[in-house]
Write a protein that binds this ligand. Sequence first.
Ligand code: NAD
Ligand code: DAU
Length: 350
Amino acid sequence: MKKIIITGGAGFIGSHVVRRFVNKYPDYLIINLDALTYAGNLENLTDIEDAPNYVFEKADITNREQLNAVFSKYDVTDIVHLAAESHVDRSILSPLDFVYTNVIGTVNLLEVAKEKWKGNYADHLFYHVSTDEVYGALGAEGLFTEETRYDPHSPYSASKAASDHFVRAYHDTYGIKVVVSNCSNNYGPYHFPEKLIPLMINNIINNKPLPVYGDGQYTRDWLYVKDHAVAIDLIFHEGKIGDTYNIGGFNEWKNIELVYLLCEQMDLKLGRAPGTSKQLITYVKDRPGHDRRYAIDAGKINRELGWMPSVTFEQGLSETIDWFLENTVWLNNITSGAYASYYDHQYENR
Ligand code: NAD
Ligand code: DAU
């Protein structure tokens, strides 16, 4: 029987991965290991929290004793590692937090796996979930492939790049079975409202300014989070050991065009006159070191594992807006308290 630790399972993407594995694989035990930082929220998982094949363990990946205890308690067979500090703007304010969690936390987890699985590495998998930001920035043309040279620019992407290198180093040096995937920008239900799409949705609902960084011409490739969870499932079960898979949505948008689209869709859904929300757009100081464009060539995962995004952007965005409009309690629980204070002060602190 597989007993899989999913780290960061109370976060945005992690909660979708946990839900998929719990529902699809009743014979697996899914252990959601999460420290419940500001971004971790068990309200993301209320629909599956009583499932017989699901348990939650509050533990910090930087704490070896806590990891040892969880490993011993469950005789863990595999790890899907998503726990991280994930927000670029926060990494500019507090880079060391990103080193502790993303670099030291990942190496700590690798160390525990190395010790606990010793003599039996063939039976265990360490799957590391990473980001396309490790590849740096593209100009107007081109796509990131699995062969693109690493060139991270933010403290966040530098910390994720370092963690990717450590995961591969543990494969090459100790023979631990690993697989890594690097994905583009996700969006969907349970997205923490510090990130572009949920932040804009929340501010449109509340008639607050829509802060667009710099000239708004920065480009991102957006993928519906449930399609990312499908890709993770496929790679976990069928990915080639030691390999890397890029995951993307074939869906590039300039930030300002995306904000226009959100404004249009939300005016319709909220019954506001066309053009109302656009008036909230406010150009603000740019993010330092802001990467101009990300775009993923997801050809390898398509050819080798048959994966393609299943949800169109129109569908995914509409479902996402509906979800936020229907889940105001979830949103209000997050946007009150500590987050409100971070949000109000983030620009002046940068
Ligand atoms: P998130 O910030 O929503 O969630 C992170 C989770 O990790 C939270 O539940 C938090 O409590 C937990 N966590 C943080 N520090 C921890 C620690 N020290 N010990 C245990 N748990 C801890 O992040 P997300 O957006 O869901 O991203 C998940 C992973 O996917 C990250 O590794 C991120 O780098 C990667 N990724 C994210 C995106 C994206 O668009 N969001 C795209 C590609 C890759
Ligand atoms: O590419 C994958 C990465 O996508 C993940 O690894 C990260 O964890 C995730 O946070 C995301 O990083 P980005 O920096 O691309 O996402 P964010 O939503 O913060 O910003 C998207 C774009 O929108 C970026 O160009 C900055 C811009 N932006 C963002 C915010 C929050 C704005 O213009 N205004 C804003 O208020």
